[in-house]
Design a protein around this ligand. Structure first.
Ligand SMILES: C[S@@+](CC[C@H](N)C(=O)[O-])C[C@H]1O[C@@H](n2cnc3c(N)ncnc32)[C@H](O)[C@@H]1O
Length: 239
């Protein structure tokens, strides 16, 4: 038996009919908000927010993501950002989502059939990166980094930059107007952060940062590679 839902547009000759698309979308959005809120009640430290991100945050987080890109999403929640990644044209085979909470994982698997939703700690993303057909072009994170210890952040950043493609990017949101990864941790992997944009009407307002290897970081790696090649007698020698 189907439960029909009534709104002004679905009353038809006094009979309850199937909900229309708008009603369906509204119900599903309320359901996601409820699911997220109960997730926060279960585990406030890990979920880190009372409500899922709004669409504006999802849009900022997928800046530069194009069809053909390989993406790892961290902390999928109820899927606002997952949806934005798919809307940017990423193939379901080119996306993996790591989420720690079993109930969110179950929800995401039902919402996004065909996407690899893995119940795992994002700090171990290097173990799962092989599930993609090549190195990820983007790591897109909804993790509440403000609540992570410095050691956890260091492990995360080291792991992300060890798996990212050479020109890959790590996008992270923040509820404060600064990048939540300490500068010395970025410097250690030759990366730097820049602000992509702000979603002022998100609850709470949200800042989205892009973290990528700086030209200097890439240059340093290239010179290490060149000197290793020279030692092996494979590179060009000066003079
Ligand atoms: C602030 S919510 C963001 C959810 C969703 N991306 C959004 O923007 O609405 C943080 C999410 O990260 C998940 N999470 C927190 N720590 C995690 C970890 N170490 N590994 C994987 N997921 C984690 C939480 O369960 C939660 O779903």
């Amino acid at each position: 038996m189907r439960l029909a839902v009534c709104n002004s547009s679905s009353i038809n000759g006094g009979l309850l009919s199937e909900p229309d698309d708008k009603t369906r979308r509204r119900l599903s959005s309320w359901y996601q908000h409820g699911k997220f809120f109960f997730g926060w009640l279960r585990n406030p430290r890990e979920v880190g927010a009372l409500l899922p991100s709004g669409a504006a945050v999802g849009k900022l987080l997928v800046t530069g993501v194009r069809p053909g890109a390989r993406v790892i999403e961290l902390g999928g929640g109820t899927g606002t950002v997952t949806q934005a990644i798919l809307d940017a044209g990423v193939d379901r085979d080119d996306l993996i989502v790591l989420e720690k909470d079993a109930s969110f994982v179950k929800f995401l698997r039902r919402r996004f059939p065909g996407v690899k939703i893995i119940q795992a700690d994002a700090l171990e993303l290097d173990v799962y990166a092989d599930e993609l057909s090549g190195p990820p072009d983007f790591v897109i994170s909804g993790l509440p980094l403000l609540l992570f210890t410095n050691e956890e952040k260091k492990r995360l950043v080291d792991n992300i930059f060890s798996v990212l493609a050479p020109r890959g990017r790590f996008h992270q949101f923040s509820y404060v107007a600064r990048c939540t990864v300490p500068r010395e941790q970025l410097r250690a992997v030759g990366a730097r952060a820049s602000l992509i944009g702000v979603a002022p009407f998100n609850v709470p307002p949200c800042f989205v940062f892009r973290l990528r290897k700086s030209a200097a970081g890439t240059h340093k790696e290239l010179s290490v590679l060149r000197s290793s090649l020279r030692k092996l007698g494979l590179g060009r020698r000066a003079g």
